[in-house]
Design a protein around this ligand. Sequence first.
Ligand SMILES: CC(C)(COP(=O)(O)OP(=O)(O)OC[C@H]1O[C@@H](n2cnc3c(N)ncnc32)[C@H](O)[C@@H]1OP(=O)(O)O)[C@@H](O)C(=O)NCCC(=O)NCCS
Length: 172
Amino acid sequence: MVVGDHVTLAGGTPAVIRPIEAGDKARLAKAFSLLSDETRNRRFLAPKPRLTPRELRYFTEVDGCDHVALVAVHAEQPKWILAVGRFVRDPEHPDTAEFAIVVGDAYQRRGLGRALSERLVAEARERGIRRFTAWMQSDNVAVQRLIRSISEHLTYVPQGGGARQVIVDLAA
Ligand SMILES: CC(C)(COP(=O)(O)OP(=O)(O)OC[C@H]1O[C@@H](n2cnc3c(N)ncnc32)[C@H](O)[C@@H]1OP(=O)(O)O)[C@@H](O)C(=O)NCCC(=O)NCCS
């Protein structure tokens, strides 16, 4: 039995959303290895063949206050990480945090991105965060629709190179 928030994806897959743990490194590396090149590109805005040991430490050893990360795991196969989302507080603007999310290709378009984002927004508000920023490719319709479902108060800032940043007002 996995402890966390239970959600059922469209199509019936049962999942549990829980905080990431230091012990998730191998599971995260495995999940990353299963992502398509396109999904990795959309998450990191650059080709990203693998996560380095240092990145695995950074992504899994979070303090739960300035860096909060949640995973969605399969409820019946808890070693399978289906999605990861996080926010990292901006040290110069402590009411602002950078948001990033990725859902495994096989689990996209089934409501998991939204479920994970809603939980992240709740966690952020509890920690005094009033604004999310996120980087994305300008043609990333999926994340733009996802973010619009978090808040209608959005500002897009073109960044060149086919990228844009969005500023999401969580307080409105
Ligand atoms: C963006 C992403 C996290 C969305 O996760 P998801 O689980 O597929 O999203 P959901 O099923 O919860 O759907 C959320 C919204 O996005 C829309 N959406 C999802 N995938 C879509 C696609 N490929 N094309 C168009 N809309 C899409 C859904 O229709 C829904 O919008 P609606 O409520 O207006 O209909 C996922 O596509 C992903 O991991 N992409 C690669 C990584 C990435 O782009 N990260 C963002 C940069 S930080």
